[in-house]
Design a protein around this ligand. Structure first.
Ligand SMILES: CC(=O)N[C@H](C=O)[C@@H](O)[C@H](O)[C@H](O)COP(=O)(O)O
Length: 227
């Protein structure tokens, strides 16, 4: 699926909503995620991020906006679209953008990040979003040819502290470097104010997941406050 430079530019300053349910959860169903995605678009989401091949397919049918797809395999180490095979499957499922692990860690298929990005570009029309965990990851991902970079893995790889809210310091650092690649603030944006702050820190766009689409966690926040 082709996302033109104009389509990408149209996401500037906008909200991307991540719709994910985790293994064993009641809402773990591609139709459910596609319905949530459609509701998010009604509310103003300019793009959707979804996990899993069926979720990408169902969501592509349910919304008109760009779809960022990923395939989580496992939950330790390199698990976000870990190999070129996973990435091409996500692209073939219809994702406009394939989000992949964008860290400097060893990948399970032995390919470098640059080889993985090149392989996706050679075999599909999808753009590549590199999910990074640090400034050095972001710099390496830009060097490797990623089309977008995200702070998705900040706080999850050991290189950055797991801040309560978004890692605004990292967003600022990457934005200040002026890599010339759209920077997506993602991870622990829990309030509209934090989304605003992320743009003000220099992000091109923001991804919000849990705070919009994960009722179990949101309910837990309220339940905790009542204890
Ligand atoms: C670290 C990891 O596995 N992140 C995943 C990446 O797709 C998702 O579990 C997150 O929900 C997503 O990044 C959005 O972040 P938040 O849900 O905090 O708004």
């Amino acid at each position: 699926m082709i996302l033109t430079p104009e389509d990408l530019e149209a996401l500037r300053g906008h909200l991307i909503v991540s719709c994910q349910a985790y293994p064993g959860e009641p809402m773990r169903d591609p139709r459910t995620m596609a319905q949530i995605a459609a509701a998010a678009v009604t509310g103003g989401a300019a793009a959707i991020r979804v996990q899993g091949l069926a979720d990408v397919q169902f969501t592509r049918s349910a919304v008109e906006v760009p779809v960022i797809g990923l395939w989580k395999d496992g939950h330790d180490g390199v698990f976000i679209t870990p190999t070129l095979r996973h990435a091409l499957a996500v692209a073939n499922a219809g994702a406009h953008v394939v989000a992949i692990d964008g860290t400097r860690r060893q990948r399970p298929d032995g390919l470098t990040l640059a080889q993985t990005v090149a392989g996706i570009h050679a075999e599909s029309h999808a753009l590549v979003m590199a999910d990074c965990g640090s400034f050095d990851d972001a710099a390496a991902a830009v060097e490797a040819g990623a089309d977008l970079i995200g702070t998705t893995l900040s706080g999850y790889t050991g290189e950055r502290p797991k801040t309560d809210g978004p890692d605004l310091e990292l967003v600022e650092q990457i934005a200040a470097a002026g890599f010339g690649v759209p920077l997506i603030a993602e991870g622990r944006l829990h309030t509209p104010a934090q989304a605003r702050q992320s743009l003000d820190a220099g992000a091109f766009a923001v991804v919000v997941g849990t705070a919009i689409t994960h009722p179990a966690t949101i309910t837990g926040w309220f339940a905790e406050a009542l204890k």
